[in-house]
Design a protein. Structure first.
Length: 341
């Protein structure tokens, strides 16, 4: 057997558990990205042998219903749906997934509310949750969750405070034998995929690397901003006043980033002067970015919109079909495994 054949076998063995769990060939999930992960990208990812996820975001049950139906029309391969736990109609959205026989539901944005895990499992689907710390990973496992995603702060979008490599070291050694764990955040090359698989991960989840695929409906301006950006331009949002909480989001620096800092200063000053009450002040900060991701992704407003991107954005240099991205990641992972032998 040649070295390459050995590495191919090794890769298949390392990905076998994740691929079997997802029902696809390659244990690579394209993480749900609001506005970006709609039927075209999701179907393209699943058709390429990886695993696509619809980002439900703030969609109504009717819109989700149409999006799942639209995706099914474009692929007969498995795909999943990512639901945000604080959506006011979460249980109705779960029912829509059940109606369509969606096999995997990801619950994102906080601990799953009472009854949600049970409702998903009752439909026969598998539940995947995000574990931001070892204690929570254990708790989620006890609650019946079927798989976990560990996402580090290098990722694009809403982030926690801890780096991917640290979470992977904390959680994989004690939990990887219990349930499949997928690693996300900062992955842009197969070298990292090989490393996390060898650490015991069942697979990986990437968002930034797929956001600008040919099949992604993101506006050409959004894609160009990604191609130009380096890792250090994908920054986490900064909170400047302890009274005004800011949810950390990683996005490319732009005029909106500056304006947000100015807005926080202005609101803090109005608070100091007693011209604004605390509730209203916090609301103004919380609502500042409302609709901003849509403005960047769909309208191409790359100055005022939110260009959510992870630090791996520096490895996104051109528009490529999803199948090419998946093939490149797989080839890089195989080559990395071959080198390590
Ligand atoms: C533009 C954008 C939008 C995202 N929206 C969501 C979302 O709606 N729900 C979610 O769970 N994760 C969201 N994410 C996170 C991704 O699903 C994925 O976990 C993350 O991008 C992985 O890290 P990476 O960006 O370093 O590849 C988003 C990421 C990006 C870049």
């Amino acid at each position: 057997m040649s070295e390459t054949d050995l590495a191919t076998d090794r890769l298949a063995a390392l990905m076998a558990r994740g691929a079997a769990f997802l029902g696809c060939e390659t244990a690579i999930i394209c993480g749900a990205m609001s506005w970006v992960s709609e039927r075209h990208l999701v179907a393209a990812v699943s058709n390429a042998g990886a695993f696509g996820l619809i980002a439900c975001g703030a969609m109504t049950p009717e819109l989700l219903d149409a999006e799942i139906a639209g995706t099914k029309a474009l692929t007969d391969k498995p795909f999943g749906v990512n639901l945000i736990t604080m959506h006011p109609m979460l249980m109705e959205l779960i029912a829509v997934c059940a109606k369509h026989g969606v096999g995997h539901v990801v619950l994102a944005g906080g601990l799953p509310p009472k009854g949600s895990i049970e409702a998903i499992k009752a439909s026969g689907a598998r539940v995947i949750c995000f574990a931001p710390a070892l204690a929570l990973a254990k708790k989620l496992h006890r609650s019946g969750v079927d798989a976990l995603v560990i996402e580090g702060m290098e990722a694009g979008g809403h982030i926690g405070p801890v780096a991917t490599g640290v979470l992977a070291q904390e959680i994989l050694p004690s939990m990887a034998s219990e349930l499949p764990i997928f690693i996300a955040g900062g992955i842009g090359h197969g070298e990292a995929i090989a490393a996390y698989l060898e650490m015991g991960a069942a697979g990986v989840q990437l968002g930034t690397r797929f956001a600008c695929a040919s099949e992604s409906i993101a506006h050409p301006n959004f894609k160009k901003a990604f191609f130009r950006a380096s890792a250090r331009e994908a920054v986490a949002s900064v909170q400047i006043d302890p009274r005004l909480p800011v949810i950390p989001v990683r996005a490319l620096k732009n005029a909106g980033t500056e304006a947000f800092t100015a807005k926080q200063r202005e609101v803090a000053q109005l608070l100091d002067e007693g011209k604004l009450d605390m509730g209203e002040a916090q609301l103004q900060i919380e609502h500042y970015w409302a609709g901003a991701l849509r403005r960047a992704v769909i309208d191409g407003d790359i100055e005022g919109g939110s260009l959510m991107a992870g630090q791996s954005v520096g490895m996104v240099t051109r528009e490529e079909p999803v199948a090419e991205i998946v093939a490149t990641l797989v080839a890089e992972t195989r080559a990395a495994l071959e080198r390590r032998r």
